[in-house]
Design a protein around this ligand. Structure first.
Ligand SMILES: [Fe+2]
Length: 237
């Protein structure tokens, strides 16, 4: 069996960040994702793309239209990947409150990226700022930050954050430390969502099949269905 997958992290809005360069490329990325079992995609441009917020929204609408015309069987929703530092945490909150940055599909959840050089205390401070402001940070690809471990993931979740890992980190990632941490997080059932963090067709294409196979085999169908399907419906309705 294979559950339909929601990919909550893809740079698929064309021409707004370092992701897809054209509507055609975006459609190709979406077809690649659909071929691996994806049925819903959250388009998550980097927050910098929203300095001209109308252009992101216009291009998102153009992409949706193309997806409809080309009959690609995928539901598209808009979010962003918001990078946060302790010094910018209040500004991030303000941009969310003003609607300058979109939450995930209009929910209270925000895909949140930390800086690789910040400390664990700084990560917790950033998450806490968002939580106190009434948002739920979904920590983007937590397995990739060099100073992450299970304790940090637990502390973030205890504070009220949710956790996303990249599907390719489970089985396809070459860095053994990242692959191992992704698997430890799954073994401890600390992961809430999956993403591909796909950027382009020829650079970081949507890569999901290997990770999903390993997920189901190693951690069970039930947990795979929770992360791939049930959680997105619960938290990102
Ligand atoms: Fe990303």
């Amino acid at each position: 069996m294979s559950v339909p997958v929601t990919d909550i992290h893809m740079h698929v809005v064309p021409g707004v960040d370092d992701g897809s360069r054209s509507v055609e490329e975006s459609c190709e990325m979406l077809r690649l994702a659909v071929g691996q079992g994806v049925e819903t995609v959250f388009a998550t441009p980097h927050d910098a793309a929203f300095s001209d917020k109308n252009s992101v929204r216009t291009r998102f609408r153009q992409l949706r239209e193309a997806v409809r015309e080309q009959e690609i069987p995928v539901a598209l929703r808009l979010g962003c990947e918001m990078r946060i530092y302790p010094e910018t945490a209040e500004t991030c909150l303000q941009r969310l409150n003003e609607g300058a940055l979109p939450t995930m599909g209009g929910s209270r959840c925000v895909l949140t990226e930390f800086d690789f050089d910040n400390s664990r205390q700084e990560y917790l401070f950033c998450a806490d700022t968002l939580i106190r402001g009434g948002y739920t940070p979904i920590i983007a690809h937590i397995e990739r930050y060099p100073n992450t471990d299970l304790r940090l993931a637990e502390a973030l979740k205890e504070a009220g954050a949710l956790i996303q890992i990249n599907a390719y980190s489970i089985a396809d990632e070459r860095d053994p430390q990242i692959r191992q941490l992704a698997n430890l997080l799954l073994a401890e059932r600390l992961v809430d969502f999956l993403g591909t963090d796909a950027h382009r067709t020829d650079h970081r294409p949507p890569m999901l099949a290997g990770g999903m196979d390993a997920f189901r085999r190693l951690y069970g169908e039930e947990y795979a269905a929770l992360v791939a399907f049930d959680n997105p419906r619960k938290y990102l309705p």
